[in-house]
Design a protein around this ligand. Structure first.
Ligand code: BGP
Length: 492
């Protein structure tokens, strides 16, 4: 079996990392808009202000507590740089960008709708027409060029107001607010958008409940509740799709990293099994009709009591997702041996450094087989159609005087990733819907907020402080990806 005809080749983005125009068109603030930029050694900060005018910040460290003084609210403060505010300026340049995507031959593109463009606080009764009209223009432009949108409903973009008022997704009251937003979107873009993803990297709740759900209180209880509420909101999105437009296909989206044991010590193998099960459990809840009994038992054993209702479980049972979308960048290495402790890099789940793989400038391992392994692990466990909705290489690019960018390292990385993907389809018969290259047009990094960590095949003239013309330039990888798409993956 080769890649199917109509296989989706595209790129991927998120409103907060790509759109900019953070206050234009009636948009409200999301939790991303109060995050400053950091770098590979310094985490991003979330800024706050007290009533007496005192300003301060809290570092967004993955896996650690997120403490904001009780009498402070999250706000934009002076003398800080917030990369989402301008980002890549897709809001104003979408026509140019869509034309570039089309020139590369893409037949799909993943973007997120900013919830706060549609409902600025999340609690308005009526949607914001200007926000809706913006995405109408974008989808129409894409359609003109034969590009199918794949829309993420929430890409780390909880409205700031809901984070402040309810401590985000910890509170069940977000569920009907999300449902209202989703129904508005499905009704409005009926016939224009067929493919949706619910929450970006929903399993990120464990690593950063603030990023994943606007939740400041970082406890096992709040993380479990936040996830539960998002699972229900996802099921309600599937239900809404069935009622509004039977052509809509709704997928879930998880961050996936095949996990390798550093040694053959059975203790290390057990650790890997447990870690893999954690990710599988979260997928099973959304794709297989609800919580496996083992998960409910584990929650009980750990003293976690969900604020749940009997109907929750019926809802999850009736409305599983149609497909599984996932991001895959590298693999994770774990060991129980305390002497094996050299840390490796990666998005969300950092493990140990793999001595067999080189790394990028941010320490992320470059594993040539992680795509095929992920596809096999997921397909053999779930037997649902899969979609790679993020993959790519974050690298420092050099802009030459003549406007060219020679990013052979990116081509080499993607060549291996796509070859690995093809092996999974051709040799292992995995059912794969498409491949979306992350940040096909440069956008800011989610982890560090930097612009210099570029994934794109189109370069954007902007630096980490937000200086630059924002003009677009084609990199060498642009021409290479075009050939890959033209040949449906035959020419790499
Ligand atoms: C994923 C996120 C994306 C994206 C990507 C690359 O976790 O879903 O939003 O940014 O990682 O990560 P980064 O931008 O931090 O290099």
């Amino acid at each position: 079996m080769t890649l199917k005809k109509g296989f989706f080749w595209g790129g991927a983005s998120a409103a907060n990392q790509y759109e900019g125009a953070y206050l234009e068109g009636g948009k409200g603030l999301s939790i991303c808009d109060v995050q400053t930029s950091g770098d590979k050694n310094t985490p991003r900060k979330v800024t706050w202000k007290k009533e007496n005018g005192e300003c301060g910040f809290t570092y967004m460290r993955l896996g650690s507590d997120f403490l904001v003084p009780e009498d402070a609210s999250l706000q934009v403060i002076e003398n800080e740089h917030y990369p989402t505010h301008t980002a890549s300026d897709f809001y104003h340049r979408y026509k140019e960008d869509v034309a570039l995507m089309a020139e590369m031959g893409m037949n799909s593109f993943r973007l997120s709708i900013a919830w706060t463009r549609i409902y600025p606080t999340g609690e308005e009764e009526k949607p914001n027409e200007e926000g809706l009209a913006f995405y109408d223009r974008v989808f129409d432009e894409m359609k003109k060029h034969g590009i199918e949108p794949l829309v993420t409903l929430c890409h780390y973009e909880t409205p700031l107001y809901l984070s402040e008022k309810y401590d985000g997704w910890k509170d069940r009251r977000l569920i009907p607010l999300f449902e209202k937003y989703v129904r508005t979107v499905f009704e409005r873009y009926k016939g224009k958008v067929r493919y949706y993803l619910t929450f970006n990297e929903i399993n990120c709740m464990e690593a950063s409940p603030f990023m994943a759900g606007g939740i400041k209180e970082n406890t096992p209880q709040s993380r479990a509740q936040g996830s539960h509420n998002q699972y229900l909101a996802g099921a309600l999105a599937v239900k809404a799709a069935r009622e509004i437009d039977p052509d809509i296909r709704v997928g879930m989206m998880t961050s996936y990293m095949p996990m390798y044991a550093y040694t053959c010590d059975p203790e290390d193998q057990l650790l890997i099994m447990e870690r893999r099960n954690q990710v599988f459990d979260s997928i099973a809840i959304q794709a297989e009709g609800g919580y496996p009994v083992s998960v409910l038992n584990r929650l009980k054993r750990n003293g976690i009591i969900l604020d749940d209702r009997q109907e929750d479980y019926e809802l999850l049972k009736r409305y599983p997702v149609d497909f599984i979308g996932f991001s895959v960048y590298n693999s994770g290495i774990l060991s129980t041996h305390p002497d094996l402790n050299e840390k490796g890099g990666g998005n969300l789940w950092t493990g140990l450094k793999n001595p067999y793989t080189p790394v990028n400038d941010w320490g992320w391992g470059l594993d040539p087989h992680c795509v095929r392994i992920s596809l096999n692990e997921l397909y053999n466990r779930f037997h649902k159609p899969l979609w790679i909705v993020e993959n790519g290489l974050g690298a420092l690019d050099r802009f030459e005087e003549d406007g060219s960018i020679h990013d052979q390292y990116r081509i080499d990385f993607m060549k291996q990733a796509i070859a690995s993907m093809k092996d999974a389809v051709e040799k292992d018969d995995v059912d794969l819907m498409g491949y979306e290259a992350w940040g096909a047009i440069d956008c800011i990094s989610s982890e560090t907020g930097e612009m210099r960590k570029r994934y794109g095949m189109v370069y954007i003239d902007a630096d980490d402080q937000g200086n630059g013309t924002l003009d677009r330039y084609k990199k060498d990888s642009f021409y290479w990806y075009k050939k890959v798409i033209e040949s449906n993956g035959e020419t790499l």
